[in-house]
Design a protein. Structure first.
Length: 254
């Protein structure tokens, strides 16, 4: 049975224009969170929630979700946290998240359009947060290190004393990721890895506290290539269920 916030997202998604996120970037698509263990997006969402629940055991932290998409992570965490703020550059996704929060009576959540550097929400929010969630995909491009460095710097300034910054990313060097991208015709340099992000974070005054493997949600190619052979299709399907193609890097202020 779907949670109330899942049903809210489902009903609103059918009446409003969808956000400009590819399907693989919305891991909490309605109706796919429970009972769909074979769905990589559902498995990734469940693993993410299990990790974040551990960070919400002590007290009711204030949470900032940068790159929140449809707000599924915050909507699921709402009963465990004090104040939650979701930020995304896609206005359509933010609108859906606001409506879902209102439907579920999640009055402790706010959503706004913007980036880690600048965003706007309807009412005042904390200047600094106990827990900040950040997607490395917020810095797209062939060489995202400079952009991501600026995002990390902005997030560091919003981090409370003894707060945690959880950086979610795809490991570009992971064999399953490389294989699946090759099968899909996606050619991309390996620029985001746990080691590279540790070094990048260190330059912004952040130190790594933990590294957690997560299921990877395969990208959808912009232009489908020729049909793969049965062997390639089978090996690519196995790669979809590989834990470790993505990761969460937990950071603290140095």
């Amino acid at each position: 049975m779907a949670e109330p916030w899942q049903a809210a997202l489902c009903s609103r998604s059918m009446t409003l224009a969808p956000p400009r996120h590819p399907p693989a970037a919305t891991p909490a698509a309605p109706g796919r969170v429970r009972g769909h263990e074979r769905d990589p997006a559902a498995r990734a969402f469940a693993a993410r929630q299990a990790l974040l629940a551990e960070f919400c055991r002590d007290g009711r932290p204030t949470v900032l979700d940068l790159g929140c998409g449809l707000g599924a992570d915050l909507l699921a965490l709402a009963p465990r946290i004090g104040v939650g703020v979701g930020v995304d550059a896609a206005a359509g996704g933010v609108q859906l998240a606001r409506l879902a929060a209102r439907t579920c009576a999640a009055g402790n959540l706010q959503f706004g359009v913007g980036t880690a550097i600048a965003f706007r929400v309807p009412t005042p929010v904390p200047a600094r947060f106990d827990l900040i969630l950040l997607r490395a995909a917020m810095a797209p491009g062939a060489q995202p290190r400079a952009d991501l460095g600026g995002v990390l710097r902005a997030a560091r300034l919003r981090l409370a004393d003894n707060g945690r910054l959880v950086l979610f990313a795809t490991d570009d060097s992971h064999p399953a990721v490389l294989w699946s991208r090759w099968c899909a015709g996606i050619r991309r340099p390996a620029v985001i890895t746990p080691g590279s992000l540790r070094l990048l974070a260190a330059g912004q005054g952040l130190v790594a506290q933990g590294l957690h493997p997560l299921p990877w949600v395969p990208e959808i190619p912009a232009e489908p290539g020729p049909p793969p052979t049965p062997l390639v299709r089978a090996l690519s399907a196995l790669a979809r269920f590989c834990d470790g193609g993505a990761f969460a890097l937990v950071l603290r202020a140095a």
